[in-house]
Structure formats: C-alpha cells, structure tokens
Design a protein around this ligand. Structure first.
Ligand code: HEC
Ligand code: HEC
Length: 275
C-alpha cells in the first residue's frame, strides 16, 4: 500500500501530472480539427480499403458480401452490440476476432498459415484494421447498445471490470488508476481521458495522427498495457512483468466489453480522430 501511494505522489510531485481539464478529444490540435471540418479524414482511406476487401473473394471463392450482403447491408448496426457471444464459434468476440473467425471458418483462409496470420495481425495489413473500420462504420449514427444476455457475456464483463481495477506490474498500475482516479489530469503532457464516463468507445476504431494509422480498440487496449505497465523485461523480476495480452485473447475482449457497455447510449461516430 505504501509503495502505491508513494509512486502516485512521486508522479504528482515530479510534475508529470498537471492541470485538470484535458480530455483526449479536446486535445485535438487545430490543424486536425480543420482537416476534419474540411471532410478530409485520413481514417476514411481505411474504411474505403475495408469496403473493397469486403467484396473480394477469399480462397474458397466466397467474399464477406456473399453472406453479409452488398456493401454489408446485413451488418448495419451489428457493431453497436459487439463484443457479444456468437453461437457458431462458441465465444464472445470483438470485431477483430469476429472477422478472423469468419475468414478462417467461412472463406478458406487458414489460421495455421503463418503468412496469413502475420498479415492479419498487422496494423498496416489488408484485413483486420480496414475491415474492422468498415464494419464499425456501418453502425454510424446508431446508439451503442450492449446487452449482457448470455451467461458468457456476463462472465466476460465481470472479468473486464476486474481487470480494469486490478493493479499489476512493477509500477503497480491499473487501467483505473490512470483512467478513473487520475482522469482529467495530465501525464507527460497528455490528458488522461476517462474511457468509461466519456463513452469514448463511440469513436473507435480511431485514426491516431501521432502514429499515422488507424487503431482498433484491441490495439488501444493492448498498447496501454505495453506502454504503461512496465512490460519490458529489463527488470528481470518475474513478478513484475506484465505481458501485453495476446491479440484476440479473453483479457483484451473482456476489457473492451467493459468499456463498450459503459458507452451504451452514445452514438457511433467512426473513424475517430485523435492526436
Ligand atoms: C459463409 C458465410 C460468411 C462469410 C463469407 C463471412 N461471414 Fe461473417 N458471419 C457469418 C456467420 C454465420 C456469423 C454469425 C452470425 C450470428 O451468430 O449472428 C457472422 C458474423 C459476422 C459479424 C457479426 C455480426 C453480428 O450481427 O454481430 C461480423 C461483423 C462479420 N460476420 C463480418 C464478416 C466479414 C468482415 C467477413 C469477410 C472478411 C465475413 N463476415 C465473412 C458468416 C459469414
Ligand atoms: C499510466 C497511465 C495509463 C494506464 C495505466 C492506462 N492508460 Fe490508457 N491511456 C493513457 C493515456 C495517456 C492515453 C491517451 C493517449 C493519447 O492521447 O494518445 C490513453 C488512452 C486510452 C484510451 C483511448 C481514450 C480515447 O480518448 O479514446 C483507452 C480506451 C485506454 N487508454 C484504455 C486503457 C486500458 C483498457 C488500460 C488498462 C489495460 C489502460 N488504458 C491503462 C494512459 C494510461
């Protein structure tokens, strides 16, 4: 307990946390706001790429459109309810995992094909991020409405809530310390958003200008683990390591479900644009 309190006060005293009013969207620099107002959103290129991919036949000749309709008409609104439980795969899936499941189960792509998986996981690859962006965009203007009807969804949500507040790693951090307790303050000049109260899920997937690419919520969640929990192995003390959870793993999806449920009622507006 003492260690935790000390660390927080060290951060505060060191001046790393300053100010109170900043949140991510308000931080958007003027040139980005202008770009957005001009209708020139760099994230739109991903949505377009995803739409193209959606109509492209896979190894077995089927495309996403074969099952989900021209321009994805049958997927309109689907993103407002995700992550959710899917009977055909027996899992709670977020958009990233759902797309992977459809490609491997229904289109002839092979999960054991290392080349395919490498491309699939990649930020700049042709599949995951563009397709997720396109699928999410089909819910634009609709309200997020995550229901925990299935027992597996309830369990996943509970895990997400637990992980949100669970303190781990050499810094003894939790998502909640930065995003609930310290929300509104600044860390390294970045405002700490409160993804729960601010219902930020409504603008994910988002284009992050600083890294020049689109991120899905999987990417964001895994990156916060990597960036802030002392994931590097230099400490050489096993108990202090926090590994970045693997892609499509239950830990990532549980946290997503926790944040998405909190965003119920917010209107989907993707792709988001962040600094
Ligand atoms: C052969 C048919 C088939 C193909 C091809 C296919 N899917 Fe699916 N997809 C399904 C089935 C079945 C489900 C599960 C539906 C359910 O349980 O409601 C599903 C579910 C989904 C969902 C969730 C829908 C919801 O209502 O929550 C998304 C998103 C999705 N697919 C995207 C894609 C994308 C993107 C592609 C192409 C990369 C694709 N699918 C290719 C059959 C297919
Ligand atoms: C040490 C502080 C810290 C911790 C711990 C942390 N984050 Fe973050 N997080 C940040 C900062 C700073 C940003 C804003 C980054 C930016 O502006 O580019 C951020 C951004 C986010 C966002 C995007 C918010 C938006 O405006 O759209 C989400 C979602 C998020 N974090 C989730 C998590 C989750 C889930 C965890 C736990 C696994 C976590 N964070 C742990 C500091 C933290």
């Amino acid at each position: 307990m003492k260690k935790k309190a000390l660390f927080i006060s060290a951060v505060l005293a060191g001046g790393a946390v300053l100010g109170t009013a900043a949140v991510a969207q308000e931080q958007l620099p003027t040139h980005l706001k202008e770009l957005k107002e001009l209708g020139m959103h760099p994230g739109d290129a991903y949505v377009d790429e995803g739409r193209e991919m959606f109509h492209k036949p896979g190894p077995n000749g089927k495309s996403c459109a074969t099952c989900h309709g021209q321009d994805g008409v049958k997927l309109e609104g689907a993103y407002t309810k995700m992550p959710r439980y899917y009977k055909d795969i027996g899992k709670v899936a977020d958009v990233d995992l759902r797309i992977l499941a459809c490609m491997t189960k229904y289109m002839g792509y092979d999960k054991k094909d290392k080349k395919f998986m490498k491309k699939f996981k990649k930020w700049s690859g042709p599949y995951r991020v563009p397709l997720a962006s396109f699928v999410a965009s089909l819910s634009n203007g609709m309200e997020i409405n995550v229901q925990l009807d299935d027992p597996q969804e309830k369990e996943m949500y509970k895990l997400g809530e637990k992980l949100w507040f669970q303190r781990v790693g050499a810094r003894d951090f939790s998502c909640g310390i930065c995003h609930t307790v310290l929300a509104g303050k600044r860390i390294r000049l970045q405002g700490l958003p409160d993804p729960v109260k601010q219902k930020v899920y409504a603008h994910w997937p988002a284009y992050r200008f600083g890294s020049d690419r689109m991120w899905t919520m999987e990417d964001r969640t895994r990156s916060c683990y990597k960036a802030y929990f002392l994931y590097v192995k230099q400490w050489n003390q096993k108990k202090d390591w926090v590994k970045k959870p693997p892609p499509f793993s239950k830990w990532v999806i549980a946290l997503e479900l926790y944040m998405k449920k909190a965003a119920n009622g917010a209107t989907v507006e993707v792709p988001g644009l962040l600094r």
